[in-house]
Structures are given as C-alpha cells and as structure tokens.
Design a protein. Structure first.
Length: 164
C-alpha cells in the first residue's frame, strides 16, 4: 500500500485482528466491540503511522490491538496475567494435527498452562500469522527471544502430548 487508506487496512487486517481479539476474550460480542474500537483508533491515527526501523504496518496495528486489550482488561479490573491465561491460540495447521475435539481441547488447555509470555507469542505467531520480527517489535523484545520462546513452547507442548 503506497498511500494508506483506512478501507484497505480494514479489508486486509480485519480477519487477523478479529481472530486475535476473539481468542483473547472468548466472547463474540466483546470481540466485535473491541475490534470496532481498534479500527476506529486505526482510522483516526492512520495519518500518523510512519514506518520505522523494524516496525511494519502490521506491527503498528497489533500494538494498537494489544494496548486496546490491556485497556479493556483494566476496565474489567483484570490484570495482564489474566489476559494471557485465557489466550487459546488456534491455527489451521495446528488443528489439522489433531483427530478429534478432545485432542484439540487438550492442546488449548496445554497452551493455557504455559508461562507468560508463551501463550501470547504463540497466538501472535500462529493465529495472527505474524513474523518473529513483528512480534518482537510489538512486545519490545529481541526477535531471537521470540524465536527461542516459540521453539521452547512447541517443544514443551510436544512433550506434554507425548506423555498423554
């Protein structure tokens, strides 16, 4: 996109933004409301977006998403840890590896039990389809930390499922 247009941004990013938010709040109406808030903020501030070193439009958008979710949970009187304990990433590639709903439910449960920031990073990577660099930009951590966290998380999940 050469010139940023709110309609183009909405068209391109609505699905990943909504899915990310939905898997964070697990309530359709609240996810829709938060998504609307996010796109309102994007539309109002799109003119101020400037591509900076390591920051893409996607990472700028997901920073808005993350901050909006944090504000949402503050209003609900929940802390950031509560946000992350309910994150249940879902990805078609991951879901295809499981034969039935019981296996998939076990996966979601196992992801919920991972220590912070593993659930959030997995959700950004596999549900929002973000690159390690984009995740690093949003979380303000090195990309190598994101990569190591993903590797460690997946290894932990594999071990968990091999035991069951």
């Amino acid at each position: 996109m050469n010139t940023l247009d709110a309609e183009q941004v909405f068209t391109e990013y609505f699905v990943p933004v909504y899915q990310y938010i939905h898997y964070r709040v697990w309530h359709q109406q609240e996810a829709e409301d938060i998504t609307a808030d996010v796109f309102e903020k994007i539309a109002l501030n799109l003119h101020s977006y400037k591509k900076q070193h390591g920051a893409t439009l996607r990472s700028w958008i997901f920073t808005i998403v993350r901050n909006t979710l944090i504000d949402y949970y503050k209003k609900k009187k929940l802390n950031a840890v509560d946000i992350d304990t309910i994150a249940i990433p879902s990805d078609a590639k991951i879901e295809q590896q499981f034969d039935d709903a019981n296996d998939l439910e076990q996966l979601f449960s196992a992801i919920e039990q991972l220590p912070e920031p593993q659930p959030e990073i997995l959700l950004m990577r596999f549900k929002a389809d973000m690159s390690n660099k984009e995740i690093a930009s949003i979380l303000k951590i090195p990309a190598s930390t994101v990569s190591a966290t993903i590797s460690k998380s997946l290894s932990k999940l594999r071990t968990e499922f091999e035991r069951s």
